[in-house]
Ligand binder design. Structure first.
Ligand code: ATP
Length: 370
């Protein structure tokens, strides 16, 4: 397996990129550690496939280098790099047996038949497919076919990394969950370098040690689930992660707090001092999980108009509008929320601020918030 490094890497499909918007992948340097399980998460068109194809060698970056274990492989094609790829739709030979499908990458590389047999059986065991080995691949369901695709990646001992491009799209929801767990188990057993592309945050968060969040050709954060949830580096991460995503509201500074429209959220002096040093447009971010419904007229709370309260089983999702800005709050399912005005507490230990969409490294402390 390989440690993969990008050095000043960028890619533009069109020649002579003049602005950052001309890049499908904006300039970046980063490391994918040997044995790491990474998810590449972002909306359609953000550059996930381009990045994956640069790792595999299907696309040569227009700028910078790709290193595998310190060796420059930028000019190497996919085969030379020894990358296994699992695509959205299973790539298997329907007329062959499961055994022959799994054996194919080894036979293709002239591996001795004794070794082929041994490896195929080992991999079938890991995938729980031993009984299916003699069966024709055409008779199998979609999830079993995708397991074969995965197996063809695992069967070679010399692969540098296995790349997955939305591999569970065609799998039904129950099987998805099982395959994801199986993949995680395989990763723990074999310590492979895995990069898994998805636009589904649940898939990314359950599979990966580290999630790499992309938007507009840029990596905006690389981190574990907790960091993405509590300390989003970029407003996009706040909005994209979570269900629903973070409440994001433009605010202005005033003497002892920030204003949401005409209403003030009072802040402690340290937070205020830090915000005064930020010189971009300020945004307050608070996840629905941390917005508290306050008592009528509670000092420090903002007054909002209730739009709806939806019962969603183990919580109630309250949507309210404060001077034209929407806020969502996840509250106790049994809390009585009546029509009309509600008071929202937006200053919490988990409240974050962004300057020009980049997080400012402060958090309001319980002790000092008013
Ligand atoms: P999706 O989830 O829809 O597959 P993605 O995140 O994988 O999207 P990419 O396919 O990498 O995104 O596309 C990134 C940007 O590069 C998009 O604006 C896309 O239109 C553009 N692009 C992708 N492939 C090419 C190509 N071969 N030629 C020109 N532009 C391309």
């Amino acid at each position: 397996m390989a440690r993969i490094e990008f050095q000043n890497l960028a890619h533009a499909y069109r020649p002579n990129p003049a602005t950052l918007n001309d890049y499908a992948l904006q300039p970046m340097s980063m490391v994918w550690e040997d044995g790491g399980a990474y998810a590449l998460l972002g909306p359609s068109g953000c550059g996930k496939t381009t990045l994956l194809n640069i790792v595999s060698g299907l696309v040569t970056p227009s700028e910078g280098k790709v290193l595998f274990n310190g060796h420059d492989v930028t000019a190497h094609g996919a085969r030379e790099r020894n990358i296994a790829q699992v695509f959205q739709f299973p790539v298997i030979y329907d007329t062959m047996s499961v055994f022959d499908n799994l054996a194919f990458p080894l036979r293709n590389r002239k591996v001795a038949e004794g070794e082929v047999k041994k490896r195929v059986h080992e991999v079938a065991e890991i995938l729980d497919m031993t009984r299916e080995l003699p069966r024709k691949a055409s008779n199998l369901a979609a999830d079993a076919k995708q397991k074969i695709s995965l197996g063809r990646g695992l069967v070679r001992k010399d692969v540098a990394a296995i790349l997955f491009d939305e591999p569970l799209t065609v799998i039904d929801p129950n099987m998805k969950w099982m395959l994801r767990r199986q993949l995680k188990k395989i990763h723990q057993q074999l310590k492979l370098t895995l990069i898994y592309v998805t636009h589904d945050q649940v898939e990314a968060l359950t599979f990966a040690d580290e999630v790499v969040v992309m938007t507009n050709g840029r990596i905006v954060q690389k981190g574990g689930p907790e960091a993405l949830f509590l300390r989003p580096d970029h407003a996009f991460v706040g909005y994209f992660i979570g269900s629903p995503g973070m409440n994001l509201c433009p605010v202005d500074l005033d003497t002892d707090g920030v204003t949401v429209g005409s209403q003030r959220v009072a802040l402690d002096v340290d937070t205020l001092a830090t915000l005064r040093h930020a010189n971009g447009a300020l945004t307050l971010g608070i996840r629905p999980e941390f917005v508290r419904l306050a008592a009528v007229g509670e000092p420090g709370a903002v007054k909002a108009q209730l739009l709806r309260a939806q019962q969603l089983g183990n919580y109630q999702l309250v949507t309210a509008q404060c001077d034209g800005h929407l806020f969502k709050a996840k509250v106790e399912p049994h809390l009585r929320v009546s029509d009309g005005p509600v008071w929202l507490r937006l200053a919490a230990p988990e409240t974050v601020f962004f300057s020009n969409d980049e997080r400012i490294a402060i958090r309001i402390t319980e002790r000092t918030s008013r």
